[in-house]
Design a binder for this molecule. Structure first.
Ligand SMILES: Cc1ncc(COP(=O)(O)O)c(C=O)c1O
Length: 464
């Protein structure tokens, strides 16, 4: 009945990444209304700094009132549909992106194509650079949404570059060459490499050395280099963020037509609902084709108007970026500490809205089946929706992505208490199946009771 493309599996919706969200939707945690529900830790949302944007909006009522110098801009905005975007908005976005990169790179607005978020930007880049059946190499583990965004409608294939925990998931020359060879053996024409810097799901930024290696590799093979820098403003710890554009400049490749950057304000500003993203490229042909294609996913004029005003306020952006990073760092620390108390470690992170957590010691065997049953238990019994490594195409069973910026401090505490009790109950294997189970159930009940009584005593702090 439907087209083969629409019915194809490559959308990836059966991945546990999306299934976990469905479980969460059926029984979402709420501090008072559903304290035994599932805590959503599988969603890379940044809710830590909304108050800063809300304060700015309160101080600038004319912007939401669609007024400028006391005159209405409503009619102008209502009619605006130029797919090149509003110059004032692009200027403000270019300055914001340069600021995130310590002003080491400048952005030329004529090389920018606006899109409805990075989802649209990534797909558009694939449409521009590759034909169905061509391939892009991507360091794995990678963002589960790429199966949908890069492959589904374009027909492009993803070939993972296998990165391993033993060296902190570094991108190496050997891994790059091996992926390239593997693609060739599969008769795939490799059109480029796509990285996410900082990495989703690892929460680490790509080092200067890795970027140097990547550019040397892509230019030696005469293929494209795409860098999704959607988390660039979240780098809260050293090493600081280095964009591929900065390294390209150092290598005198700053005008290279095969280097492209994708960005959006979904993570850094926590505004995924605004659908604001872009492609940045030195390649006029890519810019021209992508601009034509952007008709399928333009950014609404009132969103451009609002963000043009917000992002051109230098005092706001400076304070926002600093404060947001500080809050993310504190949150990461809180998560790491909570996990440590339960005897759980994670990859050392310096960016993003999540940690890459090592639960290998809780697996019954070193298999993805075992990872899946642990994940099911964590979602359905412990009540935490986290994303298993397999959904991110990780090669080693037992790693999980755990998000920390989409909830209140109190909810994170509840999650950490649940983890601790779960690990204790699991480790008491000598108690045997039934007894162990009963113990976990009663611990979980006591945890919920404790939480409810804490709330009724008025101890609950409000959400930040
Ligand atoms: C690496 C990466 N790219 C793209 C996206 C999609 O972002 P957007 O909301 O801007 O479409 C995400 C969202 O999680 C992501 O993590």
């Amino acid at each position: 009945m439907l087209s083969s493309k629409v019915s194809s599996e490559s959308h990836g919706q059966d991945s546990s990444y999306f299934l976990g969200w469905q479980e969460y939707e059926k029984n979402p945690f709420h501090e008072t209304l559903n304290p035994s529900g599932i805590v959503q830790m599988g969603l890379a949302e940044n809710q830590l700094s909304f108050d800063l944007i809300e304060t700015w909006l309160e101080e600038h009522p004319e912007v939401l009132g669609l007024k400028k110098n006391e005159e209405s801009v409503f009619r102008r905005l209502a009619l605006f549909q130029d797919y090149h975007g509003m110059p004032a908005f692009k200027d403000a976005l270019a300055k914001f992106m340069a600021k995130i990169r310590g002003n080491k790179v400048k952005f030329d607005t004529s090389k920018m194509v606006l899109t409805a978020g990075s989802t649209s930007a990534n797909e558009t880049v694939m449409f521009c650079l590759a034909d169905p059946g061509d391939a892009f190499l991507i360091p794995a583990p990678y963002y589960p949404g790429f199966d949908r965004d890069l492959k589904w409608r374009t027909g492009v294939e993803i070939v993972p570059i296998h990165c391993v925990s033993s060296n902190g998931y570094k991108i190496t020359k050997v891994a790059l060459e091996e992926a390239y060879e593997r693609a060739h053996k599969l008769n795939l024409n490799v059109k480029g490499v796509l990285i996410t810097n900082p990495s989703n799901p690892l929460g680490t930024s790509t080092t200067r050395e890795e970027l140097d290696l990547l550019l040397t590799f892509t230019s030696s093979k005469n293929i494209h280099m795409v860098s999704d820098e959607i988390y660039s403003g979240t780098v809260f710890d050293s090493p600081k963020f280095t964009s591929v554009l900065e390294v390209a400049k150092d290598k005198n490749m700053d005008l290279d037509k095969k280097i492209h950057v994708v960005y959006s304000v979904s993570k850094d500003l926590g505004l995924p609902g605004f659908r604001v993203g872009l492609i940045y490229s030195n390649n006029e042909e890519v810019v021209s084709a992508a601009t034509k294609m952007s008709s399928f996913g333009l950014i609404s004029s009132q969103t451009q108007h609002l963000l043009a005003n917000l992002l051109s306020d230098e005092r706001f952006t400076t304070n926002y970026l600093e404060t947001n990073k500080k809050r993310l760092r504190e949150r990461r620390d809180k998560l790491v500490m909570g996990l440590k108390k339960a005897g759980i470690g994670c990859l050392k992170s310096n960016a993003g809205l999540f940690c890459w957590v090592d639960l290998r010691h809780l697996l019954k065997s070193n298999t993805f089946e075992s990872e899946h049953s642990l994940w099911t238990k964590i979602v359905c019994e412990v009540g935490l929706n986290i994303s298993p490594g397999s959904s991110c195409h990780c090669d080693e069973p037992g790693w999980f992505r755990v998000c920390f910026a989409n909830m209140s401090d109190q909810t994170l505490e509840v999650a950490m208490e649940r983890v601790k009790y779960f690990v204790e109950a699991t480790e008491m294997s000598s108690y045997g199946g039934h007894r162990k189970r009963t113990m976990w159930d009663s611990r979980r009940k006591s945890l919920i009771n404790k939480w409810v009584s804490k709330l009724s005593a008025g101890n609950c702090e409000s959400e930040r």
